[in-house]
Ligand binder design. Sequence first.
Ligand SMILES: C[S@@+](CC[C@H](N)C(=O)[O-])C[C@H]1O[C@@H](n2cnc3c(N)ncnc32)[C@H](O)[C@@H]1O
Length: 187
Amino acid sequence: MDIDQITQIVGHISKDEGLWLSQVSADCQVLEIGCFRGKSTAYIASTANFVVCCDGFCGQKILRTDQKPVDFTEVKRDFEKNLKALGLYDRIKLYPKISELAFEEISVNHGKSFQVAFIDGGHDEASVLADLKYSDLILNGGIIAFHDYHDIRYPDVKKTVDRWSLNNSSRIKKFSSIGTIQAFHLH
Ligand SMILES: C[S@@+](CC[C@H](N)C(=O)[O-])C[C@H]1O[C@@H](n2cnc3c(N)ncnc32)[C@H](O)[C@@H]1O
């Protein structure tokens, strides 16, 4: 896999974060929420057995003042084009819905089968709460990692994840962090 080709994709994760994702995803069944144009997806799919992707192609509920509106029809097209160009499209299954609405279908189709989950979808409290339901689909010993946990522009991510980890402290332990990503182990 040509990592330089992945770094060319327009997206929101750094090369270090992407390489970390490739490393933890090796030979795993991975769930990803929040794919955008497929940059994180490509790093994950470059080593994973299979990636179940969920994106509402809707953007954030509230745009930051420094952000411009994006045409998400184009984003979805780019996602598919980028993954196909890298020869990774047959290793993914896309659910083009917000995570809250995709949960039942993903649960029925894939069950509790994921070793790794990467969460980078809606950064508001309600969306993060919907994403956290997916922790029930992660196998014991698996990993769940949250992008932008360490980004102070998105305080709801850390606040909501910290409350969840505190309430489930017997099952969940912080284990690794890189860039804005915080990962947890599930037991
Ligand atoms: C920060 S971007 C993801 C960046 C991506 N991981 C990358 O490597 O470039 C967030 C994505 O989450 C999607 N999204 C926002 N709210 C969502 C929700 N509730 N469920 C699923 N996807 C959502 C957006 O459409 C957007 O594509």
